[in-house]
Design a protein around this ligand. Sequence first.
Ligand code: FES
Length: 105
Amino acid sequence: MASRYKYHIFCCQNRREPGNPKGCCQERGSQSILDFFKKTVYEAGLKDTVRVNECGCLAACRLGPSVVVYPEGIWYTVSSVEDAREIFNGHILGGKPVEKFFMKW
Ligand code: FES
């Protein structure tokens, strides 16, 4: 089956009530990660080849903010916009997944 995009980036944006023992990616700053990827893909002129989508809980809550990049299916913990920038430059632009941000299951 043909893939529509070269890369597809999913960013968990799930939010839970404060105090919920599971926590959530929103309380760890996932909105700024999503905003960064969307803006950067657009500014780089890649919106036709790289798609960024928010998504619900990816069942990795304690390891978030959770981001998954396809087609490789690489799971990242993206703790800051600076980390997101490294992933964008290394993985999306450079074609090499950035191992230091791989989710540590
Ligand atoms: S809240 Fe983001 S993985 Fe569950």
